[in-house]
Ligand binder design. Structure first.
Ligand SMILES: *Cc1c(COP(=O)(O)O)cnc(C)c1O
Length: 380
């Protein structure tokens, strides 16, 4: 039986109301659509929130690429990154001409495995990109120690982690460089978009220029909805700026962030409760006082049929996800690394499935999801 579109429980989605529609309409009515006063306003809100420099760009992937370049990463440099991440992290690295070296993850939370990471450091290694997978922070204390010991740049992929805290402080508020995504399904969205948060004025300045084709201080006049005709360019740039249409959505979403965070935490806690007596499933132990869950992955122990389980659940009107197919298995990246095995990644990716999590989900739907999940697993 085909499930009607409005009965489908989605894996993830944006939550938009009249406020975003009104804000975008205002921008359209003004007829200034590019990078302008709205981008400046969104950046100021974010900059106050993180207490650091912020540059808004066209995507989280662009944020990662520009952050790498701002830190001097170039062709043939090696950058170590967990294999379990969205391909965006890998593409941002290879987009700079650098080589993404996949490393293994921890078995309990799929976060970067620092022991494995250290084994993969070579003379060519220049940077590490840990991913705060599912919104749960990596061990930044150890990562900072390792990067100091080997002289490596640390750039955080915080795409999942807008609002999450590490040792009581929100990610992005400490010293260093951190990249966020505001694509349509992230904790807050600007339609598409992202930002680089950094404590370095130099890194921020580089990104503000390189996102506008390298045009030096292009943003100064654009923030006043004007344009510069006399300028210089000193290095390769990209057309990666954010537009006022996107920023207008982002500003409205930013105002609602606490409401979004709270709901995500409540839903994740409710899943934990629904799953706690079920032995075949392991859920991730996360501290919701500290973190905002972006996704809700679970592990079905020794299960071999995740794809078939996904199809079964979709038949019952429940969309699920796989976060993620390991990047070291993709054609474009599989020949780069191979000598050291990916023990946890290779074992776990067959057992991981992600359940729906977004602001508009409710407890009743969650009960249905868990009931259907358990009965489906038992059918195998
Ligand atoms: C979403 C995401 C990105 C990239 O963000 P985009 O805005 O989609 O380009 C990077 N890393 C991870 C882990 C993500 O989930």
């Amino acid at each position: 039986m085909a499930i009607k579109k409005n009965q489908l429980i989605k894996l993830s989605k944006a939550s938009i109301d009249r406020s975003e529609i009104k804000a975008v309409t205002e921008v359209l009515k003004n007829e200034y659509l590019g990078m302008g006063s709205q981008v400046e306003k969104f950046e100021k809100l974010l900059s106050n929130y993180f207490n650091n420099y912020v540059s808004c760009v066209s995507s989280g992937t662009a944020a990662l690429q520009l952050a790498l370049q701002a830190h001097g990463i170039k062709e043939k440099d090696e950058v170590i990154v967990p294999s379990v991440t969205y391909v965006a992290t890998f593409q941002a690295i290879s987009g700079c001409g650098a080589i993404p070296i996949a490393c293994d993850v921890t078995s309990d939370k799929l976060l970067i495995n620092t022991e494995d990471l250290e084994k993969r450091i070579s003379k060519k290694t220049k940077a590490i990109i840990p991913v705060h997978y599912s919104g749960d922070p990596c061990n930044l204390t150890i990562l900072k120690k390792i990067s100091k010991k080997y002289g490596l740049t640390l750039i955080e992929d915080s795409a999942h982690a807008f609002g999450s805290k590490y040792k009581g402080n929100i990610l992005g508020s400490h010293k260093g460089t951190s990249c966020f995504s505001f694509d349509g399904i992230k904790n807050i969205t600007s339609g598409e978009g992202g930002c680089v948060v950094t404590s370095s004025k130099k890194v921020d300045e580089y990104i503000k220029n390189s996102r506008s084709l390298g045009v030096i201080k292009d943003y100064e006049l654009r923030y006043q909805n004007k344009r510069k005709w006399d300028f210089d360019v000193k290095y390769q740039g990209w057309r990666y700026h954010m537009s006022d249409i996107m920023a207008a959505i982002g500003i409205e979403q930013f105002k609602k962030k606490e409401k979004f965070f709270l709901k995500r935490k409540k839903l994740a806690l409710n899943y934990d409760n629904l799953l706690k007596n079920y032995r075949k499933i392991i859920y991730f132990k996360r501290d919701y006082n500290q973190i905002v869950p972006h996704i809700y992955p679970i592990r079905v122990i020794n299960f071999k049929n995740i794809k078939k389980l996904q199809i079964k659940l979709l038949d019952k009107g429940i969309q699920t996800g796989i976060h993620y197919l390991p990047n070291h298995k993709l054609s474009f990246y599989k020949n780069i690394n191979n000598k050291i095995p990916y023990h946890n990644t290779n074992k776990l990716f067959n057992e991981i499935i992600t359940l729906p999590l977004h602001y508009d989900l409710n407890f009743k739907q969650q009960k249905k999801i868990i009931d259907q999940l358990i009965s489906s697993i038992n059918e195998f």
